[in-house]
Design a protein around this ligand. Sequence first.
Ligand code: DC
Length: 223
Amino acid sequence: MKPLLITIDGPAGAGKTTVSRELARQLSYTYVDTGALYRGIAVAARDAGVPPDDEPGVAALAGTVALAFTKTASGPRLVLNGMDITDEIRSPDITMAASRISAQPAVRKSLMGLQRRLGKEKGVVFEGRDMGTVVFPDADVKFYLDADLKIRATRRYRELRSKTPAQDLDAVEEQMKIRDRNDSSRRIAPLRPAEDAVTIDSTDLTAAAVVRLMISVIRQKFP
Ligand code: DC
């Protein structure tokens, strides 16, 4: 089978990261988490003392920072101006700042160039919000992964509990609602399924079952 460009979009907590990583592993593809790039810009802004809503300030930063993934045995690491920021991008503050920053046209434009460069080589699974709609409208296979809000919040809560100081489930759900609203209502590249995307609801499915389903969709389209 020729190497493909596969996109997986959807709201937070739908299981995109687990599924994208596993799909990429099974296909021996590269996995690119584009949300990490928006989070990386949020870290750069915080470190430079630029508030997330200072559009010109954030735009200037987005155009100059060196943001890249490096491959390691334990998975990709995100490096900002030479510093590994893979773990700190998951903090609740950076999560909310990334959501606000991601609505800014200049930021999206800077990251679009970077993402398209990463997509030059096929054999990639891209995870994000606008991969199939805006960044790669000609992707070979597009998925939209969704799940009920309660389930998404519970999954994120469990994940956060092992990494950051306890946040209660209600707070996680509330933040997720705000992020969903920001991501779906923004003017440019709002979160929505591409017309030609295959939508999968992961509410009652394990990650392994979602990956199996995706592989069967891919095999059907590219026997
Ligand atoms: O997938 P994530 O939660 O790590 O994404 C962080 C933020 O970045 C999220 O609030 C939406 C935004 N994002 C985006 O606007 N476009 C993408 N392709 C990926 C993420």
